[in-house]
Design a protein around this ligand. Structure first.
Ligand code: ATP
Ligand code: MG
Length: 405
């Protein structure tokens, strides 16, 4: 069995809670044995981090790890993506092509969001899991691949089976070895070390002075629900550090920023630690929309300043002239959010924007905000992942379905 301390250092998995220690123990037992594994847990808990740790601690660590987000691949091409295809097997198949299972030969394949795969594809997955055999689309020849499969889901696969959306045989095959990563609110003692790590990484790579978080600030963060788990915590830390540049982060600052994430929810006693029921997705979309419209407003101001020659482009300091002083009429709010969250666009902006460019900007910024996580991005934008996929192609935004390590 692998030494847990070494594993923790090598994988970068932070956490002293018994929940995380159990996950590490499980990785150390599972990694060296060449069996498939299923990783479960809510969104943002660290399933991908665990999958990578298993690969790194396995005998296959010098081979490829192919990461496939099954939920982001359109149904029509998923089998050709996974298993490859023969030239001419469908319109657009201009060459023979290897699939991810062939590319991962001798290594590991990580099938993220396995619950999203169509039922017909699940039959083929079961076969390749059992025997290593598969066929390229449009070819009758059986091929063989030596791949270790790690799958992940934030869905309850048992429920999907009950509903007839997931094959029972594949479910049983996958769940034999399950690593369940607990939600962050169930291991709040990890929040301190996680904040410290994220803060150090972020300030170091962005040249920001870092004076630490006060213990009270961490205490406030421990009261939060973190529906988006570690990912949400990471983005939150980065945001606080940007907004409070160079200051030691206090409980008040954290409280303030947490309330800012949930602007539409009435908070009855702001002095108390906050636990808000609003879903992280709703909060995140509010935040993204706010940022988007603020950006648009900033761009307009800068444009006007440049046109009127009021900005000295030499020197790094932005001139400290208020927009009122410059006679530029700026609405008090760049957007209005009514109680239902409608009317997001100012009246005076109408006639001055193309849906396409707003859409492209919203997609680009949301992808960046969610670290290229397409599922969260799609959900936050209220579109299906397949539509998002199509838009990424349409706008020529870099496709990153497949990452290699
Ligand atoms: N224990 C941990 N230690 C350090 N970083 C972590 C830990 N858990 C998660 N992270 C970080 O949090 C972010 C989210 O993790 P990850 O992508 O693995 O989550 P996930 O469970 O796959 O999420 P999703 O279900 O949304 O795909 C990543 O930036 C990851 O590096
Ligand atoms: Mg993931």
């Amino acid at each position: 069995m692998i030494d847990i301390d070494r594993l923790q250092k090598q994988s970068g998995i932070i956490g002293t809670s018994s929940g995380i220690q159990q996950v590490l123990e499980m990785i150390s037992q599972v990694a060296p044995v060449d069996i498939s594994a299923l990783i479960t847990g809510e969104s943002g808990v660290g399933k991908e981090v665990v999958a990578k740790a298993i690969h790194k601690a396995s005998k296959r660590n010098n081979e490829t790890l192919v990461v496939v987000n099954c939920g982001a691949i359109p149904e029509g091409i998923i089998e050709s993506e996974l298993f490859g295809h023969k030239k001419g097997s469908f319109t657009g198949a201009s060459d023979d092509r290897k699939g991810y299972f062939e590319e991962a030969n001798k290594g590991t394949i990580f099938l993220d969001e396995i619950g999203e795969t169509p039922l017909e594809t699940q039959v083929k997955l079961l076969r390749v899991l059992d025997t290593g055999e598969f066929m390229r689309v449009g070819e009758a020849k059986t091929r063989y691949t030596d791949v270790r499969v790690i799958a992940a889901t934030n869905k309850n696969l048992g429920e999907l089976v009950q509903r007839g959306d997931f094959r029972q045989d594949l479910y049983y095959r996958l769940k034999t070895v399950t690593v369940d990563v607990p939600a962050l609110r169930k291991r709040v003692e990890d929040i301190g070390p996680l904040v410290e790590r994220f803060a150090l990484e972020f300030t170091r790579s962005n040249d920001i002075l870092y004076r630490g978080f006060m213990p009270e600030a961490i205490r406030v963060m421990k009261q939060w629900e973190w529906p988006g788990n570690v990912r949400e915590l990471k983005h939150f830390v980065e945001k606080v550090l940007v907004l409070q540049r160079g200051e030691r982060v206090t409980a008040e600052m954290v409280q303030h920023e947490l309330l800012d994430v949930m602007p539409l929810e009435p908070v009855h006693n702001p002095a108390l630690p906050v636990v808000v029921n609003q879903s992280s997705d709703k909060a995140e979309i509010d935040l993204i929309l706010r940022q988007l419209f603020m950006l648009k407003q900033d761009t307009e101001i800068i444009q006007k300043m440049l046109i009127s020659g009021q900005v000295q482009t030499s020197g790094s300091q932005f001139p400290l002239i208020s927009s009122e002083e410059m006679g530029i009429p700026i609405p008090k709010k760049s957007m209005e959010i009514t109680e239902e969250g409608h009317n997001l666009i100012r009246d005076d902006a109408i006639g001055d924007m193309a849906i396409k460019s707003l859409e492209e900007e919203a997609i680009t910024r949301s992808l960046r905000y969610f670290n290229n996580n397409r599922r969260k991005t799609a959900r936050s934008l209220g579109m299906s992942e397949r539509t998002l996929y199509r838009k990424i192609e349409e706008f020529g935004l870099e496709p990153k379905i497949k990452k290699r390590n």
